[in-house]
Design a protein. Structure first.
Length: 491
């Protein structure tokens, strides 16, 4: 208490208190601000909070904290990154209709708790956008919304929305606020909005003035809930973004015309391109307008350092074989599915076409029935995963769940890549052993696998005992968004 006496710390000039705070982490600043009223008044000095990252749980209990932070920081923060997250609530009717081959029930009703969360979510988004509407210092805006599996599966109908937002008044207000923020921006260089439930509309980007559009360096617009063939950005609109270095879109929205625009001399070279290939989009949109190999060649000639990250969610192998053009500089690919399975032919194609580029390969199959996983090496002389490890000499991350990985093949992968394979994650239930390995009474096959893989990698290794312990385990849209962010920030 003596510290805050008449001649103590409270008598320091505000500039000096702020300077002291600048050496502290955010949690330490909050603790230090409890020393006295004077210190608390200096806590939210703009220079201390140039960046604000919030993980907001969608619940009414979070609202006061969010209101306080956004009221204090929203008007001056330069970089704002907000992720909204809620639990998944399916009613009994919807849950009864789920299965490995089931589509969401047309008449499945969301639970009342889920509707409350949706209402709270809209209020929280409104709170965030209202607080930054007049912030002309904003340089980086990143918003991600994850409110329920119903939305992610594309089954959130207008009838459900009308229950929490009659007439769509709140959503219209949110859309107008978003456009107002874009229209008021003077320094914006990074704009990222993913799965935010119709916040971004096909006309949103027109709110950006030409000078600001010309200076945007990163743009990502993703939303599975937009209707039909609607796209969030057109090729004509893309022409304004001449300094774009990083772009993330739904694959079906990335057309051959867009590739040609980005390859023109009017645009700076593109460094990062993240593409989400989603089964919902393929149901509503055609692949006929996607870039052909000649378009990719032209783009890579103009953007020699371009690298592509692609995530495919429940995409049929025939469609993937059509999508994967030889000239794509594919560095990272992530397959995730509940219904479809990746074929060995797709993995073989990756090995042949992207040996010079591929660094990350993730193969996830979130099946409910774990009695038998698909085997990529069926009827093949060589295992596709072993060939991938052999040919892709830059491979540094390999993660597999829900596909059979034979123990001897896992050992071969470890020996081929060695210490260059920084991450090798395979769930325990995905690993299988030959009958000969199991029949050998003198050798414990599990102990031998761990020992041989550890020797191959040059470090201790263990199979992943629980899928939730996988470093890549998270809801697919959230994983794509976070990976896209780090991929783009790594330019």
């Amino acid at each position: 208490m003596a510290l805050c006496g008449d001649m103590g710390a409270s008598s320091l000039p505000s500039e000096l208190i702020v300077h002291i705070f600048s050496f502290l982490s955010a949690p330490d600043r909050l603790r230090a601000s409890a020393a006295c009223l004077r210190w608390r008044e200096c806590l939210f000095y703009p220079a201390l909070w140039p960046e604000l990252r919030l993980n907001v749980h969608v619940s009414s209990a979070e609202r006061p904290r969010l209101d306080f932070l956004m009221r204090k920081c929203g008007w001056f923060v330069r970089e704002l990154r907000v992720e909204f997250a809620a639990d998944n609530y399916l009613s009994a009717a919807a849950a009864a209709g789920t299965g490995s081959d089931a589509e969401p029930e047309a008449d499945a009703q969301p639970s009342s708790r889920w509707l409350d969360d949706l209402r709270t979510y809209l209020e929280q988004v409104l709170c965030v956008l209202s607080s930054i509407r007049n912030n002309r210092n904003l340089q980086k805006l990143s918003l991600f919304g994850d409110i329920s599996i119903l939305q992610q599966n594309g089954s959130l109908s207008n009838a459900y929305l009308n229950k929490v937002d009659p007439g769509g008044k709140t959503i219209k207000q949110i859309q107008q606020l978003f456009e107002e923020i874009l229209g008021n921006s003077r320094q914006l260089k990074w704009l990222s909005c993913g799965f935010m439930l119709e916040i971004v509309t096909p006309t949103s980007l027109s709110s950006l003035s030409n000078p600001i559009a010309n200076t945007i360096e990163h743009l990502s617009l993703l939303d599975n809930h937009i209707p039909g063939n609607t796209t969030l950005i057109t090729a004509v609109e893309l022409e304004r973004f001449v300094n774009l270095r990083s772009l993330a879109l739904d694959f079906c929205d990335f057309t051959a015309e867009m590739a040609r625009i980005l390859a023109s001399s009017n645009h700076v070279p593109l460094h990062r391109l993240s593409l989400l290939v989603h089964n919902i989009s393929l149901k509503n949109k055609s692949l006929d307008k996607m870039p052909e190999d000649e378009d990719w060649k032209a783009l890579t000639r103009h953007s020699t350092n371009l690298r592509v990250y692609m995530m495919a969610f429940d995409i049929k192998s025939d469609d993937m074989l059509r999508i994967l053009k030889p000239s794509i500089p594919l560095e990272r690919i992530h397959f995730d599915s509940y219904i479809t399975c990746v074929s060995g032919a797709v993995v073989d194609l990756l090995s042949r076409q992207y040996a010079k580029f591929l660094t990350h390969f993730i193969l996830m199959n979130d099946v409910l029935d774990m009695s038998g996983f698909p085997d990529l090496s069926d009827n093949r002389n060589e295992d596709p995963l072993v060939l991938l490890a052999w040919k892709c000499t830059r491979l540094s991350l390999l993660a597999v769940h829900g596909y059979t990985v034979w123990a001897h093949n896992l050992i071969a992968i470890a020996r081929l890549r060695g210490s260059d394979l920084k991450v090798l994650e395979v769930t325990e239930e995905s690993i299988d052993f030959d009958q000969g390995e199991l029949a050998d009474q003198d050798v414990d096959p599990v102990h031998n696998l761990i020992e041989q893989v550890s020797l191959g990698l040059g470090r201790p290794w263990h199979a992943v005992m629980d899928i939730e312990l996988l470093s890549v385990f998270t809801e697919p849209a959230r994983h794509f968004y976070r990976e896209m962010q780090s991929f783009s920030e790594g330019i």
